[in-house]
Design a protein around this ligand. Sequence first.
Ligand code: FCB
Length: 474
Amino acid sequence: MGRAGVTRYAFPDNFLWGVATSAPQIEGGRHEGGRGVSIWDRYADTPGAIADGSHADVACDHFHRWREDIELMRWLGINAYRFSLAWPRILPNGTGAVNAAGLDFYDALVDGLLEAGIEPYPTLYHWDLPQALQDRGGWGERSVVDAFAEYADVVTRRLGDRVRNWTTINEPWCIAVLGHEEGHHAPGHKDPAEGLRVAHHLLLAHGRAVRAIRDAVPGAKIGIVHNHTPAHPATDSHGDTDAARWFDGFFNRWFLDPLFRGRYPADAVADRIASGHLEGPEMHFVQAGDLAAIATPIDFLGVNYYSRVIMSQNVDGRPEAVKAAPDHELTDMGWEVHPEGLHETLLHLHREYGPPEIFITENGAAYDDPPGPDGLIDDVRRIDYLRTHLSAASRAIADGVPLAGYFAWSLLDNFEWAHGYQKKFGLVAVDFDTCERTPKNSAHWYRDAVAANAVDAAATPSTRGDSRVFDSRN
Ligand code: FCB
């Protein structure tokens, strides 16, 4: 118990408390330091692609303000930082010539983090493929696998003396489906057959990179990040239950089964054949040895959890996602707030796949709260989201899940892909005219949770700070 009558959820002594970001969402510096063009630069240049017509050429200007961002993290008291490396900043053409200035940038960032007592958790790929590789077919072409292994080798040989924890790829589902099947993300293709090839090449690239990193970094701890979304049937009818199975098959198991069991899920393959996305029972893009490479053992699974999905069979007999009941809260993304799903997800992944360790590599909520008369952003809904999800995470640890850390998404308001700057996930607000950073009340709340290594189950009295602009001397 914490305060009178309030359950306190404590975390283990060595628990990692972090925040997460990604290069294309915060870095900017598009034309600086020898950086090449990424598919997201090209996509954002396409009229109509980004909801608010924006681009990420400057974004949060982290490229110039990274020292200030490390000070923010130091102030938060966190001991781990998940960020991504921009492939086009390091290999502007995707392969071949290395841009020394790009490696120098991440080298300095890593040193700065370590000096601040913050463990770096870099992700090699968070969606910014060099456009030069896209011009050669991108993730749809098998040669991209060699390119990714080369990139992993270049990066880990340079940073591996100081960075022990490596993540290969962020959310293969989003890349394959949003980028290649539905066209909502770069490169904006609408080709379901290509999406399946892309998913396979991503998994294979991951497996090949695991081997490259192990060669380059003795003692490395390596994982991949999967955005897990539990599927619940709207009713217990056979149709709705099967619709939930269908969703789980392609959203979750299509990626986790190859990684942990070395095979694609047969029912989901049959679903794809039935929908015409595969031409026959064979997946021609799968070559001998691929599944063994994909299932190369890893040290941790990164889990991004935001919400669940409720599935139903529609009148045409097709699976369909349905809206949560009106009394269920939605974030600005339209995603239902469902912390229980995080507890369920963690237990499920532990029991089904048994990764040695699990990290929550992203969890957070988009809410646009304006500053009050005093200039402070009192984002109570975000605090509530974090509090209830951290409570669920703590309960999962008590239930035996080897959950080793939590990374809040995100440190800063940032470029939320096709939504532009309209969806705000940050603990820290960013004024996109001046790039000034201002911790929201949730940042103060998170700082207190980190310091206590615990969260209270019920709302704590306001922890709001008294300085509008971040001051690292606080
Ligand atoms: C995840 C992405 C991350 C961010 C959050 C809101 O799918 O990994 O970059 O956009 O969603």
